[in-house]
Design a protein. Structure first.
Length: 406
């Protein structure tokens, strides 16, 4: 029973996470589809996704599902009535004549559903108003009857939407539905990158997957920054177009991009124990260790990213490791000579200077891995990667003390 509950909680968390990503990347697809230069999009403002274009507001309420066969959208659907409640709540903040309300769902509409009129621009919504009013009243009456009979109240997931809809005057119900559109059968989050690629028709076919992948990664960061207050809440089409141009330029010039400069390792990240042993051997402080762990993670992730994109990067990474090792060797060999007569305290102090050199001076002393590269984390972190393999070290006798071979 406990295992079943754990799986249920994990499934719920997974669905919620994918639902949020769906919001973010649906916003990207929506902005890419715009043709007007003044279009801009944001998420989690008035609605899941808000688009402004040519003085018009388009609000999107999104209903994602990780099910292969999500239930059909009907007049009885929880998704419909939860959406109605959200829209009724924000009506006072809207100029309805300048707003279009979209319910976007990966599910399909039920066959012969009266909701089909919401998929057709300009269609008559009066019969749908009557149908929704009857359904809302049925839910309210059923709860009232259950309450009088002392039974458990049904429809807890729909009642707020139903009562909100009935609280509107009939003309307001009709006006709300006149501004409403349903888009069913929307693509799922799993196909977002492929869908982004399809919008890049002006690019050569061989560039589209790479541009789409990097664009999605950039967009993901921008959405997080917007929610954290690190940037404006909305992202403009001009900004999106500029980023596409930047990515294309990088590809055409074979430019390496620092993708982890502002990233942080996950809280549960556990580096190889050799990293900490190397730092401890020279008496490194907590700050030395935390910097080493952070930069090692960044460099390791960057290496993996480059290699997944191109196996040819293996030679470039290896050659640069040799460059880093040579710079380290020049300093380490000199240190070994100078501290040959020192006690362990003196050797530890000298070794700590070498470790701190990799963080403070090496990024400026060693040439970058590629022209135009200026992110210090790759040099700093690569030294930690090499230290884990005992190809470099900080203490004069690190090989012997850490179990390596001369």
């Amino acid at each position: 029973m406990a295992e079943q509950k754990r799986r249920s909680v994990a499934h719920s968390a997974e669905a919620a996470a994918l639902g949020f990503y769906y919001q973010a990347f649906f916003a990207l697809l929506t902005l890419m589809a715009q043709e007007t230069d003044n279009a801009a999009v944001g998420i989690e403002q008035l609605d899941d996704v808000d688009l402004k274009a040519d003085g018009h507001n388009l609000l999107y309420q999104l209903k994602h599902s990780i099910s292969n066969t999500p239930p059909l959208i009907t007049l009885k659907s929880t998704a419909l009535w939860k959406t109605v409640r959200v829209w009724v709540d924000i009506l006072p903040a809207l100029t309805l004549s300048e707003t279009t309300l979209h319910l976007v769902t990966v599910a399909k509409l039920g066959p012969d559903s009266p909701l089909i009129v919401l998929t057709k621009n300009g269609s008559d919504r009066s019969e749908l108003v009557d149908a929704m009013s009857r359904e809302a009243q049925r839910v309210v009456d059923a709860r009232a009857a259950a309450g009088k009979a002392g039974k458990q109240l049904p429809y807890a997931d729909r009642i707020e939407g139903c009562t909100a809809f009935l609280a509107l005057a009939e003309t307001d119900r009709l006006n709300l539905l006149r501004r409403t559109v349903i888009r069913d059968g929307s693509p799922t989050v799993a196909t977002i990158e492929e869908n982004v690629s399809e919008h890049l028709k002006l690019l050569p076919p061989e560039q589209r997957p790479t541009v789409a992948r990097r664009l999605v990664e950039w967009w993901d960061r921008q959405i997080v920054y917007s929610l954290c207050g690190k940037r404006n809440r909305v992202i403009s089409r001009a900004e999106l177009q500029h980023q596409i141009s930047e990515i294309v330029s990088d590809i055409e010039h074979d430019k390496l991009v620092p993708e982890f400069e502002v990233a942080s390792p996950p809280e549960d990240y556990q580096p190889d124990g050799m990293l900490a042993r190397q730092v401890k051997l020279v008496g490194g402080k907590r700050s030395d260790l935390s910097k080493a762990i952070r930069e090692e993670w960044k460099a390791r992730e960057q290496r993996a990213k480059w290699l997944s994109a191109s196996s040819a990067m293996a030679a470039k990474i290896n050659d640069y490791d040799l460059v880093l090792t040579e710079h380290w060797s020049d300093r380490h060999d000199q240190m070994v000579e100078e501290c040959s007569g020192l006690d362990d305290h003196g050797k530890r102090k000298s070794g700590l200077n070498i470790l701190r050199w990799t963080h403070e001076e090496a990024p400026g002393a060693v040439r970058p891995i590629a022209t135009g590269w200026n992110a210090a984390y790759y040099v700093r972190g690569s030294y930690q990667v090499l230290a884990i393999d005992l190809k470099v070290g900080w203490h004069a006798d690190y090989v012997k003390l850490l179990g390596g071979t001369e």
